[in-house]
Design a protein around this ligand. Structure first.
Ligand SMILES: Cc1ncc(COP(=O)(O)O)c(C=O)c1O
Length: 338
C-alpha cells in the first residue's frame, strides 16, 4: 500500500527505534527525564527561544499556547481554515472560554491588513477583547502553502503595536524553512509561542514542542498537567523526536520534490481538473466532477494507493519519509493506469 493520506502515517525507522531503546529516562513530571530535558533544550536553542515543553500532540501544544495567552471572553483571530479553529474539536471555546474571529485569506494565510480590520476596540465593552493572533505555516488547508516572510513580519509588527501575542501553529514549520532557508531564530523571533510537530514530516511516532519564554513555559507546564498531558518516562518517545530533529529535517526536500512529481503526474490524468500549485509536501487535486470524488478515492484504494477527501471535489495526497524511490516508481506506474 502506498499511503499518501498524511505525513503522520510514517513508522519509526530502525535507527530511530535504537535511539528510543537506548534513551535514559526519569519521571518527567518531576522534571527528571534527561532525554525530555535534552529534547526541550535542543528545540528551544534551535529556534533561539528560552524554553520548550514536550507535548503529546500538535493539538495539545496549540491548545496549551492558546490557554496561556487568552482568558474567558477574550478573542482569538485566525484563518477560517486553520487547524486551531477547524480541527481541534472546538478546543478554543472549550478549554479557554474564548471566542474566535475567523478571517479569510489566500490558501490559509492571513495578512496584517485583514487582521487589523478585526482588532476590537478595548475601551468598548460590547466587544470581546482581542487577545491573540494565530497563524499556520505551512498551511495544511492551503495545500502546504508557505507564508511570505514579509507578511509574517507585517503581522508581527501589527501585534507589537497592539500589544498582542502572536502564536504560530508550526506543525509543518520545518517544511517551510527548508524551502525558504530563513534563519530559524530570526523567523521564530516574530512569534511569542511556536508549536512544532515531530510526528509529521519528521517521522517521529509521537510528540510536539511548544516554544516560548521561560516564564511562559513554566505556566505551560501547569496547563499541560491540567489538560492531563503530564507524562512520566517520556524519554523513550522524546528520543524519537530528538533523532527526528537531528536527522530528518534536510531530507524534507525529497518529500517536496516527490510532491512536485506526483502533482505533474496527476495533472496529466483525465479525471483531474486541476492541481493546486505544490509548495511543500501536500498535493491537492481537484477532480473534474465532484460526484466522482469518492469513487476515484475508492479506485485508488483498490490499486493500493491511499489518499484523503479534502472538501468538495478535492483529494489530498501527502508525501513523507516512507515514500522513497521504490514507492515513487510503483506509484507512478499505478497512477498512470487509473
Ligand atoms: C497544521 C496542523 N496543526 C496541528 C495539527 C495537530 O497535530 P496532532 O495531530 O498531533 O494533534 C495538525 C495535524 O495534522 C496540523 O495539520
Amino acid at each position: 500500500m502506498i499511503d499518501l493520506r498524511s505525513d503522520t502515517v510514517t513508522k519509526p525507522s530502525k535507527e530511530m527505534l535504537e535511539h528510543m531503546m537506548g534513551a535514559p529516562v526519569g519521571d518527567d513530571v518531576f522534571g527528571e527525564d534527561p532525554t525530555v530535558n535534552e529534547l526541550e533544550s535542543y528545540g528551544a536553542k534551535l529556534f533561539g527561544k528560552e524554553a520548550a515543553i514536550f507535548c503529546s500532540s500538535g493539538t495539545q501544544s496549540n491548545q496549551i499556547a492558546i490557554n496561556l495567552h487568552v482568558s474567558p471572553g477574550g478573542e482569538v483571530i485566525c484563518h477560517y481554515e486553520s487547524h486551531v479553529f477547524k480541527y481541534e474539536g472546538g478546543g478554543i471555546a472549550r478549554n479557554s472560554g474564548a471566542s474566535i474571529r475567523t478571517i479569510d485569506g489566500d490558501r490559509g494565510r492571513i495578512t496584517a491588513s485583514s487582521i487589523a480590520k478585526w482588532l476590537n476596540p478595548a475601551h468598548d465593552v460590547h466587544f470581546p477583547l482581542t487577545q491573540l493572533v494565530s497563524i499556520e505555516d505551512t498551511s495544511n488547508r492551503g495545500g502546504g502553502a508557505i507564508y511570505n516572510y514579509e507578511d509574517i513580519q507585517a503581522i508581527h509588527a501589527l501585534c507589537i503595536k497592539n500589544k498582542l501575542p502572536l502564536h504560530l501553529d508550526g506543525a509543518r514549520l520545518f517544511n517551510a524553512l527548508v524551502e525558504t532557508q530563513i534563519d530559524y531564530s530570526a523567523y521564530a523571533a516574530n512569534f511569542e509561542t511556536i508549536s512544532i510537530c515531530l510526528s509529521k514530516g519528521l517521522g517521529a511516532p509521537i510528540g510536539s514542542l511548544l516554544l516560548g519564554t521561560k516564564e511562559q513555559i513554566v505556566k505551560a507546564r501547569r496547563i499541560r498537567k491540567v489538560f492531563g498531558g503530564g507524562m512520566r518516562q517520556a524519554g523513550i518517545i522524546a528520543a524519537a523526536g530528538l533523532y527526528a530533529m537531528k536527522y530528518n529535517v534536510e531530507r524534507l526536500k525529497t518529500d517536496h520534490t516527490n510532491a512536485k512529481v506526483i502533482s505533474n503526474l496527476l495533472s496529466s490524468l483525465n479525471w483531474v481538473e486541476d492541481v493546486v500549485p505544490v509548495e511543500t509536501n501536500i498535493i491537492v487535486a481537484v477532480v473534474k466532477d465532484d460526484e466522482t470524488r469518492n469513487s476515484i478515492i475508492e479506485r485508488l484504494k483498490e490499486n493500493h494507493i491511499l489518499c484523503m477527501p479534502f472538501g468538495p471535489g478535492m483529494i489530498r495526497f501527502v508525501t513523507h519519509l516512507d515514500i522513497g524511490e521504490k514507492e515513487m516508481e510503483i506509484l507512478t506506474d499505478r497512477l498512470k493506469k487509473i
